[in-house]
Structures are given as C-alpha cells and as structure tokens.
Design a protein around this ligand. Structure first.
Ligand code: ZN
Ligand code: ZN
Length: 330
C-alpha cells in the first residue's frame, strides 16, 4: 500500500472544466436539442444488450425461488458499498470534483467499487460529468432532460456521442486523472467491465459456498444461493444504483426546489437524495460543485457527506471542501 496522498486537482484541469460563459436566462424546455455530437443518432448496441440483460436478471427477483435473506441483505449492503462509496463518494465527489483528498490506495479502492455498478470507467464517467457541469442544460450537455426526460435518464447512455470517444475530449476533461497509470490502464480493452464481471462472479461463487455450508452440503441449495446472491446482490443492486444515478441527471434537473439561482435547471429533490445517498441535493451541488457536502440546509440529509466526515475524523480524508457558509441560503 502506498502512503502518498492524492494531489489536488491540477489548476489546468480545473480551468478546463470551469463553466463557460452562458446566458443565465432563456432555458426553454421545448428548444433544447439533443447534443450535436450525437447526430445522426447511432445506438450503442453493446450498452443496450448489457443494460437489458441486467434489468431482466433483476426482474428474476420476483421469483420466490430466488429469495434468500442473505441475498437481500447483501444487496442493501452493496448499495452502500458499491453505490455510495464507489459512485457517489468515489467517482463523483472525489474523482470528478476533488471535494477531498485521500491516500491513493483508498482512492483506487473506491474507484474499483465504482466499476462494480456498470457505469463505465472512472475516466469516462468523470469526463462526461465534468462536461455536464460545464454546459449543464445548454448545448452540448451530454444528458440534459430538457432535451427529453427519457434522454436525460437513459437515452444518452445508449447513444453514441462522438466527442466522448475523442482523445482530445479526455485530454481536456480528465488529464489529471489519466496521469495515474491505474486509470489509464482501465481505458484499454474495457478493463472496467472485467472488474464488474469479476465482482459478479465472486459474489455468485461465494453464494454457492454459503448455500452449501448452511444446508449441510446440499448441491441444490448451493445452486439456489448462488442464483439468489447474483440476482439480489448483483443484478437488483446494480439496477437500483443505475437508476439512482440516472435520476440525478433526469429528475433533479426537472422536479424539486432551488436554493440557488444557478444558470441551469438543477433542483433539490428529496426522493433522489434518498435513493442516491445525498446526490439529489443537486441544485446545491451545481451552485458549489467542489463542496464535498451536497446537503446545505439542516434538513437536507446527505449520507455521503456523513461518511466523508467520518473518513476525515479517522484521518483518511483531508482537504475536505465545505460549502461556503455565506451563500448557503442562496
Ligand atoms: Zn446536473
Ligand atoms: Zn457533479
């Protein structure tokens, strides 16, 4: 394990993702077209197939045969481990916005957890999200729901976006991240997807061993538990985390209240905050993107922020960026 800490985001990277000069007014839900770089629309069939398969697998949870308490409990724990630690805290607040720093081993661990949610590699996720912050709800925001709600939720995931495949795009948005060979390697040969597969296989295999052990050596129970753990702790959890992230992009740019007059249509949405560990306080987040806390008012509970505070308390998180106190009431 290395003891070095991550360096704060390089100033040049920070400059590149600063919001560009866009009009504050004039957001017209009827007029925002799909991003130019997605025209003509081309479906990414590999994404459609993988996402369809994981949704169908998740639906198998309705079969009584698939139910085990251990599977359900692992699904809930996985929502915290992979969803919150991996996506919300790892991909988003740490890697995208550098809301805090931590030892490299912890940063990489959080990134590995993030890859277990079928949400692409860390560099691609971060590049897309930084682009979203720079252009939010204006062209060429990759996933504004003002183009269409379905587009903002999932359409953008399954359609080709030419800019996102360009090296220049990566150089512009994630130069800081790709200086680390760990992230660079993951870009090659879909390395992140194999991390997902490996974790799914591991959970399934441990499920089989667990079923075999608690049934006193029944093969049929070993098989049932391996299915159950796959369905609940991998498929259901992954689908839940996917829609949690997607609702931040869709619902939190359409429904909810605003504490801040930001230049986009971002909203604070309690339902999204609940299912995505605090990410639903999205208007706060667009107003102060680097703040590691997204809940700015006392009643805006932000589970991820509590965890970051805990990491800070035990000395694992440093340089924690807090909301600017004088503007918290917008
Ligand atoms: Zn947003
Ligand atoms: Zn963000």
């Amino acid at each position: 394990m290395e003891n070095s800490t991550t360096t704060a985001v390089a100033p040049d990277a920070e400059d590149d993702i600063a919001p560009i000069d866009l009009p504050k007014q004039g957001i017209d839900p009827q007029r925002l077209p799909l991003p130019e770089a997605t025209q003509p629309l081309k479906i990414l069939w590999q994404y459609v197939i993988v996402l369809t398969v994981i949704h169908v697998m998740a639906l198998l949870a309705f079969l009584p045969y698939m139910f085990t308490w251990s599977g359900v409990i692992l699904g809930v724990l996985g929502h915290f481990t992979f969803g919150m630690l991996g996506i919300t805290i790892g991909y988003h607040r740490l890697l995208t916005h550098r809301g805090f720093t931590c030892p490299k081993w912890l940063e990489h661990t959080l990134a590995v957890f993030g890859m277990c949610n079928l949400q692409d590699s860390p560099a691609r996720w971060v590049a897309i999200h930084r682009m979203h912050h720079q252009h939010s709800d204006h062209q060429p925001d990759p996933h504004s729901p003002l183009a269409s709600f379905l587009w903002g939720h999932v359409g953008w995931v399954v359609c080709r976006h030419r800019d996102l495949d360009r090296t220049s795009h990566y150089e512009r948005y994630v130069r800081d991240l790709l200086r680390d060979p760990f992230y660079l390697r993951l870009e090659r040969k879909e390395g992140w997807f194999f991390v997902f597969l490996a974790h799914a296989m591991l959970i399934t295999a441990v499920g089989a061993v667990f079923g075999y052990a608690i049934s006193g050596g029944l093969i049929s129970e070993a098989i049932r538990y391996s299915y159950s753990w796959f369905v609940w702790a991998v498929a259901v959890r992954t689908v839940f985390v996917l829609h949690g992230t997607w609702t931040v992009n869709s619902l939190s740019h359409v429904f909810g209240y605003r504490n801040y007059e930001t230049r986009d249509n971002s909203r604070n949405n309690w339902l999204v905050a609940l299912i995505s560990h605090g990410e639903g306080w999205h208007n706060n987040h667009h107003a102060q993107p680097r703040s590691a806390a997204h809940g700015h008012r006392w009643y805006e509970f932000d589970m991820s922020w509590r965890v970051i505070q805990f990491l800070e308390m035990i000395g694992l998180a440093k340089d924690v960026v807090r909301p600017k106190a004088n503007t918290t009431e917008g």
